[in-house]
Design a protein around this ligand. Structure first.
Ligand code: ATP
Ligand code: MG
Length: 656
């Protein structure tokens, strides 16, 4: 009955999914299936009766990652029940419930520290900027360091600030005081307050620990002491905790995270078991070799990645005259790789800093390449979505009561883009309710629009992703373009200590290991820094690639076989078709559609339409929506969601 949860896992993965150990840590490199194992383990434990879905909490660090987890769990058939969220979202939901239960008004949430910090610096912060001060306060709070302890802690961590640490501590204290007077709490306070409440209020603790008895954490290398304290409070004396992570992908040290908690898991949580996975299922050996070479050169580590995939094109490296020429070349390369079987969403352009994003998007726009910036606000810009959110904002009732109205809007939407965007909002509302069944409608809107941007909302449109290295963590694309691979950006100029530089190397490693089939690296020989052009050098960590013949434009690529990605994919498919008994053309078309659609929606293909149903559709070849809805296993809801796409794939000549 549960075989389908294990049949496509390797031996170590099966052990990780089925191990009775708790607590359990799964330590493994990029692309080895950690997130797959985490979600399968949840599904497996629920399916075998070892855990009740409604008592499971899957935690991660960004809302985008939480959305990804929720999507994969839905794909495994865990539609309701399992709660997913960020530490912040869960803490906030619990606090709100507590405040409401006590009849107390919730303090306002301070979403931008700058609001309180700017007036503090107005009297002359000297060289200290609001952003730097906010960063220092966040770092201190993540490390459980108050204003009094700041100078010592900052000294020990060799934090460099443009003013003496004692002055930062003064401003930090003034910020806390201003916040208290305004009856506000910031994001870090949510974690601290929730942790404190669980530690000191037995009834509250018992209620939360009963609600979430089985805790799972993805990307555990990024946990900070503040989050760890909350996690420890939540788990209480029980030890049903499973974490997965990769110390080589720790990229939030600057923000207070500490991968030592993952490395030291066995010591922290005796009697923990630690399982390692070693296969890589995401990337070609060429990509893995190049990524491992970066870690070696930066002296981060020398861990082999066992490739399981066949070889693909070589990792390319091209130099360009300046950032504009680089961006234009990337836009051309993106266009070149687009094909009937390669949707835009199969590609991503990743950059180290937000400042590089506008060059890339401008070039993509000029080349008429649809794209989305991760963390951008495209969906919230959609008029119909704004209208729907207005409706919710004005409602003074609970979210649960107005949710059917949102679902109805999805059904009534007059075009596909609006339906997709509204469906994404509805999905987020359902996820939100699972964490906080009593959430007010207006509160959901505030949470959606002000506190977290719209990461994860705009996932369904076929578009190239543009994102920073940080925002790309945990994700994957067949083709990845990395821009600006120059000393000064990679590693970033302000990374001075050896530890900071190693973190930068891990960040490059994260970026490179996002690629499945093809990795294209570029840099600019000159770039504007401030208002003057500065000569640049290639990052020392890619020296291994530079040994090969240099490439200027992709047009004058180095000798050797061109990295013809489309042909490569076609060859792979042909090889697959040869290995397996040949699928019918109808089934192949349905598979292609499902793959493209699933990738665009970032769900597992089987989550969209499972294999058995796909085969049944291929066999019956329905011609109308009614015939399609009549295929056993289809049902009207699924038909409404994916029917048009399936019929178009089955009958391409109809021009539906
Ligand atoms: P990261 O460290 O980047 O977050 P990860 O370890 O979480 O990576 P996943 O995202 O779970 O890795 O898996 C990487 C890719 O490999 C996914 O597309 C996943 O579906 C696939 N994969 C994982 N295990 C297997 C397997 N046993 N067989 C085939 N594909 C697999
Ligand atoms: Mg992962």
């Amino acid at each position: 009955m549960v075989d389908h949860l294990l049949h496509d896992l390797d031996e170590a993965q099966v052990r990780a999914v089925t191990s009775p150990a708790r607590p359990l840590a799964i330590l493994a490199p990029a692309g080895s299936g950690k997130t797959r194992v985490l979600t399968r383990r949840i599904a497996w434990r629920v399916a075998t009766g070892d855990a009740d879905a409604s008592h499971v909490l899957a935690l991660t660090f960004t809302r985008r990652a939480a959305g990804e987890l929720a999507g994969r769990l839905r794909g495994l058939g865990l539609r309701g029940g399992v709660a997913t969220g960020t530490f912040h979202a869960v803490a906030y939901a619990q606090l709100r419930a507590h405040w409401a239960g006590q009849g107390r008004a919730a303090p306002a949430l301070l979403t931008r520290k700058a609001k309180l910090l700017s007036p503090l610096l107005a009297g002359g912060g000297g060289p200290l900027t609001v952003a730097t001060l906010a960063g220092e306060i966040e770092w201190a709070k993540a490390r459980l360091v108050g204003p009094d302890g700041y100078p010592e802690a900052a000294g020990a961590a060799r934090r460099r600030t443009p003013v003496p640490a004692a002055r930062v501590a003064e401003l930090y204290a003034a910020y806390e005081e201003a916040k208290r007077k305004a009856r506000m709490v910031d994001f870090d306070d949510l974690l601290r307050l929730c942790g404190h409440l669980v530690e000191t209020d037995e009834a509250f603790a018992a209620a939360q620990r009963w609600r979430f008895q089985h805790l799972f954490v993805d990307e555990f290398q990024d946990v900070n002491p503040l989050q760890l304290r909350l996690l420890d409070a939540w788990r209480g004396p029980g030890y049903d905790l499973c974490v997965v992570g990769d110390p080589h992908q720790a990229i939030y040290g600057w923000n207070g995270a500490d991968a030592g908690f993952l490395d030291g898991f066995r010591r922290l949580y005796p009697p923990a078991e630690v399982i390692a996975l070693d296969g890589n299922y995401r990337s070609t050996p060429q990509i893995l070799d190049a990524a491992a070479d970066v870690l070696r050169r930066a002296e981060v580590g020398d861990r082999p990645l066992r490739a399981t995939r066949e070889g693909g094109p070589a990792v390319s490296l091209a130099a360009h005259a300046d950032e504009a020429a680089e961006a234009a070349a990337i836009a051309r390369a993106v266009r070149d790789r687009r094909g009937p079987r390669a949707p835009w969403s199969a590609q991503a352009v990743l950059v180290r800093t937000h400042a590089q994003v506008p060059y890339v998007t401008a070039a993509l726009r000029r080349a008429a390449v649809p794209h989305r910036v991760r963390g951008g606000s495209a969906v919230l810009d959609d008029r119909r979505v704004r209208d729907a959110l207005d409706l919710l904002r004005r409602s003074d009732g609970p979210l649960a009561a107005v949710l059917p109205d949102v679902d109805a809007l999805v059904a009534e939407a007059d075009d596909e883009a609006a339906a997709d965007a509204l469906a994404a909002v509805a999905q987020l509302a359902h996820d939100h309710l699972r964490l906080d069944p009593a959430a007010p409608a207006a509160g959901f809107v505030a949470w959606l629009t002000s506190t977290v941007g719209d990461e994860g909302v705009d996932e369904r449109r076929d578009a190239v992703t543009v994102a920073t290295f940080h925002a790309a963590k945990g994700l994957e694309w067949p083709v990845v373009h990395l821009a600006g691979l120059e000393d000064g950006l990679v590693p970033i100029a302000h990374a001075r200590t050896a530890a900071q530089r190693r973190e930068e190397a891990r960040l490059l490693y994260v970026a490179m290991t996002r690629a499945e089939d093809e990795l294209c690296c570029t840099w600019a020989a000159e770039r504007r820094v401030g208002d003057r052009p500065v000569e640049r050098r290639l990052t020392p960590w890619l020296a291994g690639l530079a040994g090969r013949p240099a490439a200027g434009d992709p047009a004058d690529a180095p000798p050797g076989p061109p990295p013809d990605w489309r042909r490569h994919l076609a060859d792979q498919r042909a090889a697959l078709a040869e290995a397996a008994p040949g699928p019918s053309p109808a089934l192949a078309a349905l598979h292609d559609w499902r793959e493209a659609h699933a990738r665009a929606a970032r769900v597992e293909p089987a989550a969209l339409v499972d294999d058995r149903l796909l085969a049944a559709i291929a066999e019956r070849r329905p011609a109308t929506p009614d015939e399609l809805a009549a295929v056993p296993g289809m049902g009207p809801q699924l038909a409404a969601r994916v029917g048009d796409g399936l019929l178009a794939a089955l009958h391409p000549a109809d021009g539906r």
